[in-house]
Design a protein around this ligand. Structure first.
Ligand code: 5GP
Ligand code: MG
Ligand code: MG
Length: 179
């Protein structure tokens, strides 16, 4: 499928599942090298990261704990939601290496919030792996350790990412068509 329709929008293919898997293989190898010997917790940020996390952790040849968190936002009248709270981390991260798994870093606000929250629990190290990064939209200073793909500032769906709750199951990543 090179085009898909979801609700009122049309999307065209942007990254195939094959391209995604090849990149995940590379990142998985790099993470396996870098965190060798560490006490590692890999924390997926729900919901969007669930497919990336599932594929990535199977490419990391280490022993580690997997956990998940969810960030909830205010549903205000503004288009950009304020990050409100962090739900669900079960593991103690104090003194451990933590790798945060995100689907996409856009303005970087959500990740900024996560870094602040998680660092208050005093991990030994906090690292970030995001499948997608919109560098042009990024408004923060922190380093992102692993980026799958830098993408232009256009809306994407598929492979975990949604449009109004739909499209997460698409195996490829699709970009909004420009009318
Ligand atoms: P932030 O601006 O805080 O970096 O990103 C906020 C959230 O907006 C992301 O976690 C993601 O859920 C959503 N988001 C940003 N860009 C896109 C996009 O292109 N497609 C989808 N589906 N979600 C996006
Ligand atoms: Mg996300
Ligand atoms: Mg979303």
């Amino acid at each position: 499928m090179s085009k898909v329709s979801i609700l009122d929008k049309t999307f065209e293919i942007y990254l195939s599942n094959t391209q995604i898997q090849e990149r995940i293989n590379q990142i998985g190898r790099a993470i396996s090298d870098e965190f060798h010997g560490d006490e590692l917790i890999i924390v997926g940020v729900l919901n969007g990261s669930f497919l990336f996390m599932a594929d990535l952790v199977r490419r990391i040849e280490l022993n580690f704990v997997c956990d998940f968190i969810k960030v909830s936002s205010y549903q205000g009248t503004e288009s950009t939601g304020q990050v409100k709270s962090l739900l669900g981390l079960k593991e103690s991260i104090e003194g451990k290496s933590v790798l945060i798994i995100e689907d996409i870093v856009d303005s970087g606000l959500s990740m900024e919030y996560l870094l602040k929250e998680l660092s208050s629990h005093r991990p030994k190290r906090l690292a970030i792996a995001t499948l997608l990064f919109k560098r042009e939209a990024f408004r923060h200073k922190y380093a992102i350790d692993y980026v799958g793909f830098e993408i232009p500032n256009k809306f994407v769906v598929g492979y975990g990412l949604d449009y109004d709750g739909l499209g997460r199951n698409l195996p490829h990543i699709y970009q909004l068509t420009t009318p």
